[in-house]
Design a protein around this ligand. Structure first.
Ligand SMILES: Cc1cc2nc3c(=O)[nH]c(=O)nc-3n(C[C@H](O)[C@H](O)[C@H](O)COP(=O)(O)OP(=O)(O)OC[C@H]3O[C@@H](n4cnc5c(N)ncnc54)[C@H](O)[C@@H]3O)c2cc1C
Length: 400
């Protein structure tokens, strides 16, 4: 009997969860050499990205938020610590390590998204950001620790991962300036590309009064055009300008280079993906999950997680020939920290918008607890708890 190979490109949140879920579901087949699960990860460090918030706004130690990918994968999963340079969906093949080739039977693209300040003139030079690297996040902490007087502008460009993170940054900067006793001399401005402080109205209804109470200025419908670093001014497509002394930006994101270079995700690098089956459009044997897709849903770890679980079920089902198809229902559940040890959860599905809710201490502690549980969660041992709390991420149908 031939061996079936599942190639996963990207060993971040989604790719790691998917590989571990497959190794549980197909453990026997893997042991017998009938199935091989291969993860390609170019980096030697898996970073827990929400940790960037703690690094940038609480001065946390970056080392606590990264681990080697090899420590996170279950036995039976093969790790190739190399960059994939091209994916050929029609011929079921990929190239890696500057020219080596591997054929596959099933492919999952879990290549994430990349914060790209270089896309906006002047932005890379003028701003600091906590969406790219731990080192960049650390620079924000250093700048905020020195800042005594003037205007801090926190600005969001589209598209980007983790929709709650800019608003969290705003509240945590406010909290830090109060702790440091300089808040009276510091003006905080949040420039949002949306008509409101948050795209979901139920959440904007909670966030906006809180900003007003804390003397944070909201500039809505501000879509960045360019920055003039020498004048310390940001200009918007709407024709407005904003002066800053410190600029913290969430830059526009793009898909991974390999997606763009392989011609499977357009100029911006988002892979056309069926929002329910998670198949790359036109390919039954290829899937995309997490930030890499073009699905209009928040680019977040929780989505990468739930899509990974759904895709793992579908791939195992295809290999076992059960005839079952697993359809992702768009479930999301992202924490949004509001300072003062309070948080809300942005929860919903494709058919249910996030609802207004009072900020709570319990949700804050749940968010903090997750920082510790993340590494265990990647291995899949907490899945029953997530299922009980969040509900199933998919519906099951039979083919035909
Ligand atoms: C500051 C911040 C706070 C956040 N907070 C939250 C939160 O509270 N809750 C939440 O749900 N989400 C949060 N997120 C978002 C979350 O971290 C991402 O959405 C999530 O990691 C996406 O998972 P992914 O698997 O799609 O991509 P990633 O986890 O980014 O993984 C992609 C992987 O692909 C690899 N890769 C790319 N190209 C190649 C290649 N050619 N060859 C080999 N490997 C490749 C990369 O090295 C990377 O390891 C936050 C993000 C940030 C920046």
């Amino acid at each position: 009997m031939n061996m079936t190979r599942i190639a996963i490109v990207g060993g971040g949140t989604g790719g790691t969860i998917l590989a571990n879920a497959l190794s549980r579901k197909l453990g026997e087949e893997i042991r017998e050499g009938l199935v091989e699960v291969v993860v390609f990860e170019r980096s030697d460090s898996h970073v827990y990205q929400p940790g960037n918030i703690d690094i940038a706004f609480r001065g946390a130690d970056p080392a606590g938020f990264r681990r080697p990918p090899s420590n996170l994968l279950r036995r039976g999963v093969k790790l190739v610590q190399k960059a994939v340079s091209s994916i050929d969906l029609d011929n079921r093949a990929l190239k890696y390590n500057e020219g080596e080739k591997m054929d596959y039977d099933y492919l999952v693209a879990a290549t994430g998204s990349v914060a790209t300040p270089e896309l906006v003139p002047g932005l890379a030079e003028a701003s600091l950001n906590f969406h790219k690297t731990q080192e960049d996040s650390r620079k924000i902490w250093e700048a905020l620790s020195r800042f005594k007087r003037g205007r801090i502008v926190i600005l969001t460009a589209l598209p980007h991962k983790c929709p709650p993170s800019p608003v969290e940054a705003v509240f945590l900067v406010d909290e830090l300036m109060r702790k440091r006793g300089v808040r009276r001399d510091v003006e905080i401005v949040y420039a949002s590309p949306y008509t409101r402080a948050y795209p979901a109205h139920g959440i904007a209804d909670v966030v906006e009064p809180e900003m007003e109470n804390r003397d944070i200025t909201l500039r809505s419908l501000f879509n960045i055009d360019y920055v003039d670093p020498s004048a310390r001014k940001v200009f918007s497509l709407e024709g407005e300008e904003l002066q800053y002394d410190l600029l913290i930006a969430i830059p526009p994101h793009r898909g991974a280079d390999v997606v763009i270079n392989s011609g499977i995700g357009g100029e911006e690098g988002w892979i056309p993906t069926d929002r329910h089956t998670l198949n790359i459009k036109g390919y039954d044997d290829a899937y995309a999950i997490g930030d890499a897709t073009d699905i209009p849903i928040s680019k977040s770890g929780v989505v990468a997680h739930l899509e990974a679980i759904t895709a793992a079920e579908s791939i195992a089902s295809q290999i076992e020939g059960t005839g079952r198809v697993y359809l992702y229902n768009g479930r999301i559940n992202c924490p949004l920290e509001m300072g003062g040890k309070r948080a809300v959860f942005v929860s919903g599905t494709y058919t249910k918008q996030p609802e207004r809710q009072p900020p709570s201490l319990t949700k804050y502690f749940m968010k903090r607890l997750f920082n510790r549980l993340y590494w265990t969660m990647l291995r899949g041992s907490l899945e029953p708890i997530f299922n009980a709390y969040l509900g199933s991420p998919y519906e099951v149908k039979h083919r035909g």
